[in-house]
Design a protein around this ligand. Structure first.
Ligand SMILES: [Ca+2]
Ligand SMILES: [Ca+2]
Length: 560
Protein backbone atom coordinates (compact mmCIF):
# COMPACT_ATOMS: atom_id res chain seq x y z
CA UNK A 1 0.00 0.00 0.00
CA UNK A 2 2.67 2.43 1.14
CA UNK A 3 4.95 1.49 -1.78
CA UNK A 4 2.21 2.49 -4.25
CA UNK A 5 1.31 5.69 -2.46
CA UNK A 6 4.80 7.15 -2.60
CA UNK A 7 5.16 7.14 -6.42
CA UNK A 8 1.65 8.61 -6.66
CA UNK A 9 2.64 11.38 -4.30
CA UNK A 10 5.81 12.06 -6.26
CA UNK A 11 3.77 12.26 -9.46
CA UNK A 12 1.32 14.65 -7.84
CA UNK A 13 4.17 16.82 -6.57
CA UNK A 14 5.83 16.76 -9.99
CA UNK A 15 2.58 17.92 -11.57
CA UNK A 16 2.48 20.77 -9.07
CA UNK A 17 6.05 21.79 -9.83
CA UNK A 18 5.43 21.68 -13.58
CA UNK A 19 2.20 23.67 -13.39
CA UNK A 20 3.54 26.23 -10.91
CA UNK A 21 5.05 28.66 -13.44
CA UNK A 22 1.71 28.90 -15.24
CA UNK A 23 -0.19 29.45 -12.02
CA UNK A 24 2.11 32.32 -11.15
CA UNK A 25 1.21 35.54 -12.86
CA UNK A 26 3.36 37.97 -14.67
CA UNK A 27 7.00 38.42 -13.75
CA UNK A 28 8.35 41.19 -15.94
CA UNK A 29 11.51 43.26 -15.67
CA UNK A 30 12.48 41.50 -12.44
CA UNK A 31 9.22 42.35 -10.63
CA UNK A 32 6.32 40.08 -9.72
CA UNK A 33 3.18 41.98 -10.75
CA UNK A 34 0.94 39.24 -9.31
CA UNK A 35 2.01 40.38 -5.84
CA UNK A 36 1.45 44.13 -6.22
CA UNK A 37 0.40 45.77 -2.93
CA UNK A 38 -1.36 49.00 -2.03
CA UNK A 39 1.21 50.47 0.37
CA UNK A 40 0.14 54.08 0.98
CA UNK A 41 -3.33 55.65 0.75
CA UNK A 42 -4.96 59.03 1.25
CA UNK A 43 -2.72 61.15 -1.01
CA UNK A 44 -4.01 63.97 -3.22
CA UNK A 45 -2.51 64.05 -6.74
CA UNK A 46 0.99 62.84 -5.84
CA UNK A 47 3.34 64.08 -8.58
CA UNK A 48 6.99 63.59 -7.63
CA UNK A 49 8.55 60.71 -5.72
CA UNK A 50 12.08 60.62 -4.29
CA UNK A 51 13.74 58.50 -1.62
CA UNK A 52 15.61 59.48 1.53
CA UNK A 53 18.62 57.47 2.75
CA UNK A 54 16.47 55.83 5.48
CA UNK A 55 14.31 54.13 2.83
CA UNK A 56 11.27 56.38 3.29
CA UNK A 57 9.99 58.37 0.31
CA UNK A 58 9.09 62.01 -0.19
CA UNK A 59 5.98 62.70 -2.27
CA UNK A 60 4.99 66.09 -3.70
CA UNK A 61 1.28 66.83 -4.08
CA UNK A 62 0.48 68.96 -7.13
CA UNK A 63 -2.54 70.87 -5.87
CA UNK A 64 -1.93 71.12 -2.10
CA UNK A 65 1.79 72.10 -2.50
CA UNK A 66 2.58 69.71 0.34
CA UNK A 67 5.60 67.41 0.63
CA UNK A 68 4.80 64.24 2.55
CA UNK A 69 7.08 61.57 3.93
CA UNK A 70 5.67 58.11 3.35
CA UNK A 71 6.49 54.58 4.42
CA UNK A 72 4.64 51.41 3.38
CA UNK A 73 1.67 50.71 5.64
CA UNK A 74 1.91 54.04 7.46
CA UNK A 75 -0.07 57.27 7.33
CA UNK A 76 1.75 59.95 5.28
CA UNK A 77 3.42 62.68 7.36
CA UNK A 78 3.55 66.24 6.06
CA UNK A 79 7.12 67.55 6.26
CA UNK A 80 6.93 70.78 4.20
CA UNK A 81 4.67 73.03 2.18
CA UNK A 82 6.16 74.80 -0.82
CA UNK A 83 5.56 78.55 -0.72
CA UNK A 84 3.99 80.46 -3.61
CA UNK A 85 2.61 77.54 -5.63
CA UNK A 86 -0.06 78.29 -8.21
CA UNK A 87 -1.95 75.12 -9.15
CA UNK A 88 -4.36 75.02 -12.06
CA UNK A 89 -4.84 72.50 -14.83
CA UNK A 90 -1.61 70.51 -15.17
CA UNK A 91 0.45 73.06 -13.25
CA UNK A 92 1.27 73.25 -9.54
CA UNK A 93 3.86 71.54 -7.36
CA UNK A 94 5.53 69.08 -9.73
CA UNK A 95 8.81 67.16 -9.40
CA UNK A 96 10.97 66.68 -6.32
CA UNK A 97 14.49 65.35 -5.95
CA UNK A 98 16.75 64.45 -3.04
CA UNK A 99 20.41 65.44 -3.12
CA UNK A 100 22.72 62.48 -3.85
CA UNK A 101 24.72 63.79 -0.85
CA UNK A 102 21.59 64.12 1.31
CA UNK A 103 23.21 62.43 4.30
CA UNK A 104 25.76 65.28 4.37
CA UNK A 105 23.85 68.27 2.95
CA UNK A 106 20.14 67.54 3.60
CA UNK A 107 18.96 69.26 0.39
CA UNK A 108 15.52 68.56 -1.08
CA UNK A 109 14.62 70.14 -4.46
CA UNK A 110 11.12 71.04 -5.68
CA UNK A 111 9.97 72.33 -9.09
CA UNK A 112 6.66 74.16 -9.32
CA UNK A 113 4.44 76.67 -11.05
CA UNK A 114 4.67 79.87 -9.05
CA UNK A 115 2.27 82.68 -8.24
CA UNK A 116 4.81 84.90 -10.09
CA UNK A 117 3.75 83.20 -13.32
CA UNK A 118 6.77 81.02 -14.09
CA UNK A 119 7.94 77.51 -13.34
CA UNK A 120 10.84 77.52 -10.89
CA UNK A 121 13.14 75.43 -8.75
CA UNK A 122 13.72 75.81 -5.01
CA UNK A 123 15.75 73.87 -2.54
CA UNK A 124 15.12 73.44 1.17
CA UNK A 125 16.10 71.34 4.14
CA UNK A 126 13.47 69.40 6.05
CA UNK A 127 14.84 70.62 9.38
CA UNK A 128 14.05 74.21 8.26
CA UNK A 129 11.25 73.68 5.72
CA UNK A 130 10.17 77.33 5.65
CA UNK A 131 13.52 78.49 4.24
CA UNK A 132 13.15 77.88 0.51
CA UNK A 133 15.79 79.28 -1.82
CA UNK A 134 14.95 79.84 -5.49
CA UNK A 135 17.93 78.52 -7.47
CA UNK A 136 16.43 78.63 -10.98
CA UNK A 137 13.36 80.43 -12.32
CA UNK A 138 11.81 81.91 -15.44
CA UNK A 139 10.60 78.76 -17.20
CA UNK A 140 7.41 79.69 -19.10
CA UNK A 141 4.29 78.18 -17.56
CA UNK A 142 0.72 77.55 -18.68
CA UNK A 143 -2.24 75.58 -17.43
CA UNK A 144 -1.03 72.69 -19.62
CA UNK A 145 2.39 71.38 -20.81
CA UNK A 146 4.51 72.31 -17.78
CA UNK A 147 6.66 69.17 -17.85
CA UNK A 148 8.06 69.12 -14.35
CA UNK A 149 10.09 65.99 -13.74
CA UNK A 150 13.21 66.64 -11.69
CA UNK A 151 16.02 64.11 -11.24
CA UNK A 152 19.72 63.87 -10.45
CA UNK A 153 21.67 62.08 -13.16
CA UNK A 154 24.48 59.63 -12.47
CA UNK A 155 26.82 62.57 -13.23
CA UNK A 156 25.55 64.40 -10.11
CA UNK A 157 23.87 67.09 -12.23
CA UNK A 158 20.24 68.10 -11.85
CA UNK A 159 17.92 67.56 -14.83
CA UNK A 160 14.46 69.04 -15.45
CA UNK A 161 12.00 67.97 -18.14
CA UNK A 162 9.97 71.01 -19.25
CA UNK A 163 6.97 71.47 -21.54
CA UNK A 164 6.28 73.86 -24.40
CA UNK A 165 3.86 75.77 -22.10
CA UNK A 166 1.17 75.60 -24.74
CA UNK A 167 3.34 77.53 -27.24
CA UNK A 168 4.67 75.02 -29.79
CA UNK A 169 7.26 77.53 -31.03
CA UNK A 170 9.11 77.26 -27.71
CA UNK A 171 10.31 73.72 -28.43
CA UNK A 172 12.72 74.67 -31.26
CA UNK A 173 13.75 78.02 -29.72
CA UNK A 174 17.06 77.48 -27.93
CA UNK A 175 16.66 80.81 -26.13
CA UNK A 176 13.80 79.61 -23.92
CA UNK A 177 13.95 76.82 -21.32
CA UNK A 178 10.42 75.67 -22.34
CA UNK A 179 10.11 72.49 -24.40
CA UNK A 180 13.52 71.24 -23.29
CA UNK A 181 15.42 68.92 -21.06
CA UNK A 182 17.61 71.15 -18.88
CA UNK A 183 20.82 70.23 -17.09
CA UNK A 184 22.25 72.29 -14.25
CA UNK A 185 24.55 72.06 -11.27
CA UNK A 186 23.04 71.31 -7.84
CA UNK A 187 23.05 75.08 -7.19
CA UNK A 188 21.23 75.88 -10.44
CA UNK A 189 24.31 76.96 -12.40
CA UNK A 190 25.30 76.12 -15.98
CA UNK A 191 27.72 73.19 -16.27
CA UNK A 192 30.77 73.95 -18.44
CA UNK A 193 30.23 70.79 -20.51
CA UNK A 194 26.62 71.46 -21.58
CA UNK A 195 26.12 71.19 -25.36
CA UNK A 196 25.18 74.87 -25.91
CA UNK A 197 27.64 77.31 -24.33
CA UNK A 198 26.15 79.37 -21.53
CA UNK A 199 22.83 77.46 -21.63
CA UNK A 200 21.10 74.93 -19.42
CA UNK A 201 19.56 73.29 -22.51
CA UNK A 202 20.56 69.62 -22.75
CA UNK A 203 18.12 68.58 -25.52
CA UNK A 204 15.26 70.32 -27.35
CA UNK A 205 12.29 69.84 -29.65
CA UNK A 206 10.20 68.45 -26.78
CA UNK A 207 6.47 68.89 -26.28
CA UNK A 208 6.00 67.86 -22.64
CA UNK A 209 8.59 65.78 -20.79
CA UNK A 210 7.45 64.28 -17.47
CA UNK A 211 9.68 61.21 -17.19
CA UNK A 212 13.47 60.94 -16.83
CA UNK A 213 15.58 57.83 -16.22
CA UNK A 214 19.11 56.49 -16.72
CA UNK A 215 20.11 52.90 -17.39
CA UNK A 216 22.98 51.01 -15.76
CA UNK A 217 25.35 52.27 -18.48
CA UNK A 218 24.43 55.88 -17.74
CA UNK A 219 22.32 56.36 -20.90
CA UNK A 220 19.45 58.78 -20.45
CA UNK A 221 15.80 58.25 -21.43
CA UNK A 222 12.76 60.54 -21.33
CA UNK A 223 9.00 60.02 -21.60
CA UNK A 224 7.06 62.63 -23.57
CA UNK A 225 3.37 63.24 -24.25
CA UNK A 226 2.28 63.39 -27.87
CA UNK A 227 -0.50 65.71 -29.03
CA UNK A 228 -3.21 63.50 -30.47
CA UNK A 229 -1.34 60.62 -31.97
CA UNK A 230 2.04 59.42 -30.66
CA UNK A 231 3.55 59.38 -27.19
CA UNK A 232 7.28 58.81 -27.10
CA UNK A 233 10.14 57.32 -25.16
CA UNK A 234 13.40 58.85 -26.38
CA UNK A 235 17.00 58.04 -25.68
CA UNK A 236 18.41 61.46 -24.87
CA UNK A 237 21.76 62.66 -26.20
CA UNK A 238 23.25 66.08 -25.44
CA UNK A 239 22.22 68.67 -28.00
CA UNK A 240 19.66 66.31 -29.59
CA UNK A 241 16.61 67.71 -31.41
CA UNK A 242 13.54 65.56 -30.78
CA UNK A 243 11.36 67.06 -33.48
CA UNK A 244 8.42 68.84 -31.88
CA UNK A 245 6.38 70.56 -33.27
CA UNK A 246 7.37 69.48 -36.81
CA UNK A 247 7.36 65.83 -35.95
CA UNK A 248 5.23 63.81 -33.50
CA UNK A 249 6.43 60.24 -33.02
CA UNK A 250 8.66 58.79 -35.73
CA UNK A 251 9.05 60.67 -38.99
CA UNK A 252 11.50 60.54 -41.86
CA UNK A 253 13.30 63.83 -41.16
CA UNK A 254 16.93 63.04 -40.34
CA UNK A 255 17.44 66.33 -38.47
CA UNK A 256 15.34 64.88 -35.67
CA UNK A 257 16.05 61.98 -33.37
CA UNK A 258 13.39 59.27 -33.46
CA UNK A 259 11.82 57.74 -30.36
CA UNK A 260 12.77 54.20 -29.32
CA UNK A 261 9.09 53.49 -28.51
CA UNK A 262 5.82 55.13 -29.49
CA UNK A 263 2.31 54.50 -28.22
CA UNK A 264 -1.01 56.07 -29.05
CA UNK A 265 -1.98 58.69 -26.49
CA UNK A 266 -4.95 56.51 -25.44
CA UNK A 267 -2.61 53.63 -24.65
CA UNK A 268 -0.11 55.62 -22.64
CA UNK A 269 0.11 59.39 -21.97
CA UNK A 270 3.28 58.61 -20.03
CA UNK A 271 4.38 60.69 -17.05
CA UNK A 272 6.94 59.02 -14.76
CA UNK A 273 9.80 56.87 -16.02
CA UNK A 274 12.06 54.49 -14.07
CA UNK A 275 14.80 52.01 -14.87
CA UNK A 276 15.68 48.66 -13.30
CA UNK A 277 16.91 45.29 -14.52
CA UNK A 278 17.53 46.36 -18.14
CA UNK A 279 13.92 47.54 -18.31
CA UNK A 280 12.24 50.94 -18.48
CA UNK A 281 8.93 51.42 -16.64
CA UNK A 282 6.61 54.18 -17.89
CA UNK A 283 3.53 55.20 -15.86
CA UNK A 284 0.53 55.91 -18.09
CA UNK A 285 -2.07 58.49 -17.06
CA UNK A 286 -4.75 58.17 -19.74
CA UNK A 287 -3.52 54.64 -20.55
CA UNK A 288 -4.07 53.58 -16.90
CA UNK A 289 -1.22 51.09 -17.12
CA UNK A 290 2.45 50.66 -16.45
CA UNK A 291 4.42 50.05 -19.63
CA UNK A 292 7.48 47.83 -19.27
CA UNK A 293 10.07 48.31 -22.01
CA UNK A 294 13.00 45.88 -22.18
CA UNK A 295 16.19 47.56 -23.40
CA UNK A 296 18.64 45.97 -25.80
CA UNK A 297 22.39 46.23 -25.30
CA UNK A 298 22.47 49.15 -27.73
CA UNK A 299 19.77 51.06 -25.85
CA UNK A 300 16.92 50.41 -28.27
CA UNK A 301 13.61 48.93 -27.15
CA UNK A 302 12.41 45.33 -27.21
CA UNK A 303 8.70 44.52 -27.14
CA UNK A 304 6.84 46.58 -24.51
CA UNK A 305 4.36 44.80 -22.22
CA UNK A 306 1.57 46.52 -20.29
CA UNK A 307 1.09 45.76 -16.58
CA UNK A 308 -1.48 46.91 -13.97
CA UNK A 309 -3.85 47.70 -16.83
CA UNK A 310 -6.95 49.50 -15.47
CA UNK A 311 -6.15 48.00 -12.07
CA UNK A 312 -5.50 51.23 -10.17
CA UNK A 313 -6.59 53.97 -12.57
CA UNK A 314 -4.30 56.75 -13.78
CA UNK A 315 -0.60 56.26 -12.98
CA UNK A 316 1.75 59.24 -12.55
CA UNK A 317 5.13 58.48 -10.97
CA UNK A 318 7.23 55.33 -10.92
CA UNK A 319 10.52 54.67 -9.16
CA UNK A 320 12.73 51.73 -8.26
CA UNK A 321 12.85 51.91 -4.46
CA UNK A 322 15.89 51.27 -2.28
CA UNK A 323 13.86 48.37 -0.81
CA UNK A 324 14.09 46.56 -4.15
CA UNK A 325 10.38 47.13 -4.87
CA UNK A 326 8.94 49.16 -7.74
CA UNK A 327 6.86 52.13 -6.48
CA UNK A 328 4.00 53.54 -8.59
CA UNK A 329 1.66 56.40 -7.68
CA UNK A 330 -1.92 56.92 -8.85
CA UNK A 331 -3.33 60.23 -10.11
CA UNK A 332 -7.05 59.69 -9.78
CA UNK A 333 -7.81 62.95 -7.95
CA UNK A 334 -6.30 65.18 -10.66
CA UNK A 335 -9.69 66.04 -12.18
CA UNK A 336 -9.42 63.52 -15.01
CA UNK A 337 -9.80 60.28 -13.06
CA UNK A 338 -12.37 58.26 -11.15
CA UNK A 339 -11.04 58.10 -7.59
CA UNK A 340 -11.82 55.35 -5.11
CA UNK A 341 -11.92 56.09 -1.37
CA UNK A 342 -8.26 55.12 -0.86
CA UNK A 343 -6.98 57.42 -3.62
CA UNK A 344 -4.52 58.56 -4.31
CA UNK A 345 -2.39 55.50 -3.63
CA UNK A 346 1.14 54.20 -3.88
CA UNK A 347 1.33 50.69 -5.29
CA UNK A 348 4.47 48.62 -4.65
CA UNK A 349 5.52 45.63 -6.72
CA UNK A 350 7.99 43.20 -5.12
CA UNK A 351 11.11 41.90 -6.81
CA UNK A 352 10.59 38.50 -8.41
CA UNK A 353 11.76 35.62 -6.28
CA UNK A 354 12.53 32.07 -7.24
CA UNK A 355 15.30 29.82 -8.32
CA UNK A 356 15.82 31.63 -11.60
CA UNK A 357 18.10 34.31 -10.16
CA UNK A 358 21.63 32.95 -9.84
CA UNK A 359 23.27 36.37 -9.51
CA UNK A 360 24.24 37.68 -6.06
CA UNK A 361 24.29 41.39 -5.22
CA UNK A 362 27.56 43.31 -5.38
CA UNK A 363 29.51 43.77 -2.15
CA UNK A 364 28.53 46.75 0.05
CA UNK A 365 31.31 49.37 0.16
CA UNK A 366 32.84 52.10 2.30
CA UNK A 367 31.82 50.53 5.60
CA UNK A 368 32.57 53.02 8.41
CA UNK A 369 31.68 53.31 12.09
CA UNK A 370 30.75 56.50 13.92
CA UNK A 371 29.28 57.64 17.22
CA UNK A 372 30.93 54.82 19.16
CA UNK A 373 30.17 54.90 22.89
CA UNK A 374 30.96 52.47 25.67
CA UNK A 375 28.08 50.20 24.59
CA UNK A 376 27.14 50.98 20.98
CA UNK A 377 28.40 51.94 17.54
CA UNK A 378 26.70 53.04 14.33
CA UNK A 379 27.72 51.50 11.02
CA UNK A 380 27.04 52.96 7.58
CA UNK A 381 27.93 51.68 4.12
CA UNK A 382 27.15 52.28 0.46
CA UNK A 383 24.39 50.25 -1.15
CA UNK A 384 24.88 47.05 -3.11
CA UNK A 385 23.26 46.58 -6.49
CA UNK A 386 21.57 43.45 -7.81
CA UNK A 387 20.09 42.28 -11.09
CA UNK A 388 16.69 41.85 -9.37
CA UNK A 389 16.93 43.81 -6.15
CA UNK A 390 18.72 43.88 -2.81
CA UNK A 391 16.31 42.77 -0.07
CA UNK A 392 18.51 43.53 2.95
CA UNK A 393 21.89 43.44 4.63
CA UNK A 394 23.46 41.13 7.21
CA UNK A 395 25.66 42.73 9.87
CA UNK A 396 28.55 40.40 10.69
CA UNK A 397 30.70 40.85 13.80
CA UNK A 398 33.86 39.19 15.12
CA UNK A 399 35.55 39.68 18.50
CA UNK A 400 38.95 41.36 18.81
CA UNK A 401 41.19 43.08 16.29
CA UNK A 402 42.17 39.79 14.63
CA UNK A 403 41.21 36.11 14.74
CA UNK A 404 37.77 35.04 15.94
CA UNK A 405 34.95 34.12 13.57
CA UNK A 406 32.35 36.52 12.15
CA UNK A 407 28.78 35.79 13.21
CA UNK A 408 25.58 37.63 12.41
CA UNK A 409 24.92 40.56 14.78
CA UNK A 410 21.79 41.86 13.07
CA UNK A 411 20.09 42.72 9.80
CA UNK A 412 19.13 46.02 8.19
CA UNK A 413 16.82 47.05 5.37
CA UNK A 414 18.77 50.29 4.95
CA UNK A 415 22.45 51.19 4.61
CA UNK A 416 23.03 51.83 8.30
CA UNK A 417 22.78 49.90 11.56
CA UNK A 418 23.36 50.73 15.23
CA UNK A 419 24.77 47.85 17.23
CA UNK A 420 23.90 48.17 20.90
CA UNK A 421 24.68 46.06 23.97
CA UNK A 422 28.45 46.14 23.43
CA UNK A 423 30.98 45.71 26.25
CA UNK A 424 32.98 48.82 27.30
CA UNK A 425 36.70 48.93 26.41
CA UNK A 426 36.32 46.13 23.88
CA UNK A 427 37.38 45.77 20.24
CA UNK A 428 35.07 44.36 17.54
CA UNK A 429 35.35 43.88 13.79
CA UNK A 430 32.39 44.34 11.44
CA UNK A 431 31.57 43.39 7.86
CA UNK A 432 28.35 43.74 5.85
CA UNK A 433 26.91 41.51 3.14
CA UNK A 434 23.80 41.96 0.99
CA UNK A 435 21.02 39.50 0.21
CA UNK A 436 18.59 39.26 -2.70
CA UNK A 437 15.11 37.72 -2.73
CA UNK A 438 16.44 34.41 -4.04
CA UNK A 439 18.75 34.16 -1.03
CA UNK A 440 21.97 34.90 -2.93
CA UNK A 441 24.61 36.48 -0.70
CA UNK A 442 27.05 39.14 -1.86
CA UNK A 443 30.76 39.15 -1.08
CA UNK A 444 31.43 40.91 2.23
CA UNK A 445 32.33 44.58 2.49
CA UNK A 446 35.61 45.95 3.82
CA UNK A 447 36.21 45.28 7.52
CA UNK A 448 35.93 48.06 10.08
CA UNK A 449 37.45 47.76 13.55
CA UNK A 450 35.71 49.47 16.48
CA UNK A 451 36.85 49.86 20.10
CA UNK A 452 34.23 50.92 22.62
CA UNK A 453 35.11 53.51 25.23
CA UNK A 454 35.36 52.83 28.96
CA UNK A 455 32.27 52.99 31.09
CA UNK A 456 31.59 56.14 33.08
CA UNK A 457 34.05 56.19 35.93
CA UNK A 458 33.49 59.55 37.57
CA UNK A 459 30.44 61.12 39.04
CA UNK A 460 29.70 62.80 35.70
CA UNK A 461 28.52 61.87 32.23
CA UNK A 462 29.20 63.47 28.83
CA UNK A 463 26.61 63.30 26.02
CA UNK A 464 27.52 64.79 22.62
CA UNK A 465 25.06 66.20 20.08
CA UNK A 466 25.99 66.78 16.46
CA UNK A 467 24.58 70.24 15.74
CA UNK A 468 25.58 70.34 12.09
CA UNK A 469 27.95 68.68 9.69
CA UNK A 470 29.08 69.15 6.13
CA UNK A 471 31.46 67.52 3.63
CA UNK A 472 34.66 68.30 5.50
CA UNK A 473 33.69 69.31 9.01
CA UNK A 474 31.15 69.42 11.80
CA UNK A 475 30.06 71.19 14.99
CA UNK A 476 29.49 69.11 18.13
CA UNK A 477 27.26 71.30 20.30
CA UNK A 478 26.22 70.86 23.00
CA UNK A 479 28.32 68.28 24.76
CA UNK A 480 26.19 68.04 27.89
CA UNK A 481 28.21 67.38 31.04
CA UNK A 482 25.95 66.22 33.86
CA UNK A 483 26.74 65.51 37.48
CA UNK A 484 25.14 62.09 37.86
CA UNK A 485 26.24 61.74 41.47
CA UNK A 486 24.57 62.72 44.72
CA UNK A 487 27.05 65.41 45.77
CA UNK A 488 28.52 68.50 44.09
CA UNK A 489 31.65 68.20 41.93
CA UNK A 490 34.35 70.82 41.51
CA UNK A 491 35.96 70.45 38.11
CA UNK A 492 35.40 67.87 35.40
CA UNK A 493 37.33 66.37 32.50
CA UNK A 494 35.86 64.88 29.33
CA UNK A 495 37.99 62.76 26.99
CA UNK A 496 37.05 61.54 23.55
CA UNK A 497 38.67 60.13 20.43
CA UNK A 498 39.05 61.99 17.12
CA UNK A 499 38.84 59.79 14.01
CA UNK A 500 42.02 59.69 11.93
CA UNK A 501 42.60 62.83 9.87
CA UNK A 502 40.23 65.00 11.94
CA UNK A 503 41.44 68.24 13.59
CA UNK A 504 39.84 70.55 16.18
CA UNK A 505 39.36 74.04 14.70
CA UNK A 506 37.63 75.76 17.61
CA UNK A 507 36.01 75.22 21.02
CA UNK A 508 34.03 77.07 23.64
CA UNK A 509 33.17 76.73 27.34
CA UNK A 510 36.01 74.23 27.92
CA UNK A 511 39.81 74.12 27.53
CA UNK A 512 40.88 71.48 25.02
CA UNK A 513 44.25 69.74 24.79
CA UNK A 514 45.01 67.20 22.10
CA UNK A 515 47.41 64.28 22.25
CA UNK A 516 47.45 62.03 19.21
CA UNK A 517 43.80 61.23 18.58
CA UNK A 518 42.75 61.75 22.21
CA UNK A 519 41.16 65.07 23.13
CA UNK A 520 40.94 66.17 26.76
CA UNK A 521 38.37 68.90 27.54
CA UNK A 522 38.61 70.54 30.99
CA UNK A 523 35.94 72.79 32.41
CA UNK A 524 36.28 76.54 31.95
CA UNK A 525 36.43 78.86 34.97
CA UNK A 526 32.70 79.47 35.04
CA UNK A 527 31.27 75.99 34.59
CA UNK A 528 33.40 73.61 36.70
CA UNK A 529 31.17 73.43 39.74
CA UNK A 530 28.07 71.31 39.34
CA UNK A 531 25.56 70.57 42.05
CA UNK A 532 24.15 67.05 42.19
CA UNK A 533 21.95 66.57 39.13
CA UNK A 534 23.11 69.83 37.54
CA UNK A 535 24.54 69.99 34.01
CA UNK A 536 26.49 72.36 31.80
CA UNK A 537 27.63 72.33 28.20
CA UNK A 538 30.60 72.95 26.00
CA UNK A 539 31.14 72.62 22.27
CA UNK A 540 33.72 72.38 19.53
CA UNK A 541 34.19 72.43 15.80
CA UNK A 542 36.45 70.16 13.75
CA UNK A 543 37.56 69.56 10.19
CA UNK A 544 37.79 66.16 8.51
CA UNK A 545 38.85 64.78 5.12
CA UNK A 546 36.29 65.60 2.45
CA UNK A 547 33.66 62.86 2.17
CA UNK A 548 34.54 61.30 5.53
CA UNK A 549 31.29 60.85 7.50
CA UNK A 550 32.77 60.02 10.90
CA UNK A 551 32.47 62.00 14.12
CA UNK A 552 34.36 61.60 17.44
CA UNK A 553 33.59 58.70 19.76
CA UNK A 554 34.31 57.32 23.20
CA UNK A 555 33.20 60.30 25.31
CA UNK A 556 34.11 59.76 28.94
CA UNK A 557 33.66 62.15 31.86
CA UNK A 558 35.60 62.11 35.10
CA UNK A 559 35.41 64.39 38.11
CA UNK A 560 37.39 64.46 41.35
CA1 LIG B 1 9.72 63.65 -30.81
CA1 LIG C 1 20.17 38.63 -7.74
Amino acid sequence: MRARLVPALILALLALVISAPEARAQVVGGFDFSRAEVSVTGLQVPWGLAFLPDGSALVSERNTARILQVRPGQTPVQVATINGVSASGESGLLGIAVSPAYAQDGWVYAYFTSTSGDNRLVRLQLNAPQTQTVIFSGVPSATIHDGGRLAFGPDGMLYIGTGDASNTGNAQNLNTPAGKILRMTPTGGIPADNPFAGSRVWSYGHRNVQGLAWDSQGRMYAAEFGQNTWDEINQIVPGGNYGWPTCEGTCGNTSFRSPIVTWTTAEASPSGLAYANNTLFAAGLRGQRLWTVPLTSSGTAGTPLAELQSAYGRLRAVAAGPDGWLWVTTSNRDGRGTPVAQDDRIIRIPPATGQNDPTPPTAPGNLAASGTTSTSTTLAWTASTDNVGVTGYDILRAPGSSGGAFTQAGTSATTSFTNTGLTPNTTYRYQIRARDAAGNLSPVSNTVTVTTSGATTGGCTATPTTQSQWGNGYVIQPVTVANAGTSAVTGWTVTFTLPSGHAITGSWNAALTISGQTVTARNAGHNGTLAAGQSTTFGFQASRPNGNAQTPSGYQCTSP
